[in-house]
Design a protein around this ligand. Sequence first.
Ligand code: FES
Ligand code: FES
Length: 153
Amino acid sequence: MRINVNDKDYTVVVDGNPSLLEVLREQLDLTGTKYGCGEAACGACKVLINGTPTPACITPATVAQSKKVVTIEGLEKEGKLHPVQEVLMEEDVFQCSYCAPGMIITAVALMEKQEALSDSEIVEGMNGNICRCCTYPQIVSALSKLTQKAKAG
Ligand code: FES
Ligand code: FES
């Protein structure tokens, strides 16, 4: 099967109906996307499929055929991190960072949908992503800074 990930076309093997997460990590060596719960409950494995944050652990790889998949590795463009990545790094938000790829993917989609967000909209938009180090307040505060910058133009 052909699959497009981070603007590159790949041929992958889908015998046995592997999940998208298995294909990304084991066949394409894109290990930035993490395995957490395996049941769409933690958000660690989220990737964008045609712009929508999607848990890759429960998504059959075949679902991604003819669609555009973006993983955490695909957010950097020409050596420049995505503004969401930049603000989360500047604010030194994460502790172990295991949740970071899924959090960032979710936040990128959220910010692209609507740039000016209240804190409660950020909380609602990030719902479904679990951080075992409980960095939620720092994540919301950093994303809030980004949204304020966007509002200021
Ligand atoms: S590993 Fe997919 S949502 Fe937890
Ligand atoms: S920083 Fe450790 S799980 Fe989020």
